[in-house]
Ligand binder design. Structure first.
Ligand SMILES: [Cu+2]
Length: 122
């Protein structure tokens, strides 16, 4: 028995609908989880952190680069991170997964006002 042309058309239409649906599934909106995290740099220069306050988004990283001739530390006021950074060197990147205000200092030069803040937004 020959196939009904109507039935063949319906089958083709169903196949096309499937392709369109799959396309819609794979082309969904970009979610916050899939964004690329940014890397931020804070300089240690002239016994100051520059910028003194760096604002990042949750999940971003901050690296301290010592552009001065003295050794400095980046040391969180609360338990967190503590790195000694020689002249011309950089700290490992520190990740900030949760929003908040994170104050830190340079241990040998805190008395000179060498302090900084990392502000982490959502
Ligand atoms: Cu210092």
């Amino acid at each position: 028995m020959a196939r009904s042309p109507v039935r063949s058309l319906l089958r083709l239409f169903a196949a096309l609908l499937t392709v369109v649906s799959l396309g819609a599934l794979t082309a969904g909106p970009t979610t916050a989880e899939s964004r690329t995290f940014a890397s931020h740099t804070v300089a240690m220069a002239n016994f100051r952190f520059v910028p003194q306050t760096v604002t990042v988004r949750a999940g971003d990283t901050v690296t301290w680069v010592n552009t001065s001739g003295s050794t400095h530390t980046t040391t969180s006021d609360s338990p967190g991170w503590n790195f000694l950074v020689a002249p011309g060197q950089a700290s490992p990147p520190v990740s900030f997964p949760t929003p908040g205000t994170f104050r830190y200092h340079c241990t040998p030069h805190e008395g000179l006002g060498m302090t900084g803040t990392v502000t982490v937004t959502q």
